[in-house]
Ligand binder design. Sequence first.
Ligand code: ACO
Length: 331
Amino acid sequence: MSQIKAAITAVHGYVPEFVLSNEVLETMVDTTDEWITTRTGIKERRILREKGKGSSDLGAEVVKGLLEKSGTHADEIDLLICATVTPDFAFPATANIIAEKTGLRNAWSFDINAACSGFLYSLVTASQFIENGKYKKVMVIGAEKMSMMTDYTDRTTCVLFGDAAAGVLLEPTMDNVGIMDSILRTDGSGTFHLYQKGGGAVKPASFRTIAGGEHFIYQEGQQVFKFAVTRMADVSVEIMDRNNLKSENVAWLVPHQANLRIIDATARRMGINKDQVMINIEKYGNTTSATIPLCLWEWEKKLNKDDNVILAAFGGGFTWGSVYVKWAYDS
Ligand code: ACO
């Protein structure tokens, strides 16, 4: 008996105009284009510089784009999920603000915080509401203004992150396409390797937390690298095995864009050629929950119906996972 599946029926992305290049970073901290390129693969990243603008402004552009591309009226959207670690405010949810900015009057909305795995967590959450028959149109976006918590005097982190938003529309289908399978994982022992020390309930904002730079990203890069490189590949290989997918059956690997070396290692473990891997880290850096849909958006024209696509991510938490998608449409 065929089941309802959640199909991605539209993709859109948005990046702010301002480009922060490696060359400019060389004038800000003790780094070089050569170090950044060989250690990470990043050449430039986008920054949302306008005062008073937040992740919701980036996300709203994505929602507007998705509505327009899919010919959907705002009133038709049932649910909006926004993955973000850079919400406009501690509360209310950034998704609520995006819904207001884009006129989603009949939707409910909430945020998911799973760092760089946020898009995958949100996609899988959203797909449940479609598969159980409850909703017909659900939007999932990742929206991040990473520059708001990046310390531009810390060379170990400021070269990595950028601002962007991207997302998808999910709709039900009885075709055998859409979200086919997923593996999601958490390991809270990773908390203190990658986090923002101040500003939460444990260490509320104070003069001391500000003076100590505790509102910026804190990352023990090598520790995180070690976990990321194994965990992301583990779940990607597992999802291939349990769906009887050989590397030649996979049209695209869409990895989280944190580091080109992690991406290469994951592809190697999966037996996937580099030309089957979506990589745009050189242009945008690590945009946390926006990286995966940003790739789908840029590669949309190359995606064909029934393509087997593996999405894979690793992020703060630690969180990680992989999602097997059978692409639902020809562009
Ligand atoms: N320019 C020049 N030198 C630098 C820079 C820089 N920008 N940054 C660090 N260095 C130096 C270090 O100080 C160190 O110098 P030392 O040997 O004199 O002490 C040397 O380079 C090597 O530093 P490492 O930290 O060992 O460099 P590494 O090769 O590990 O690369 C990086 C660092 C890019 C951060 C890497 O560890 C990484 O990608 N980690 C994983 C990131 C990730 O996947 N995060 C998860 C998602 S993010 C999220 O969830 C929000």
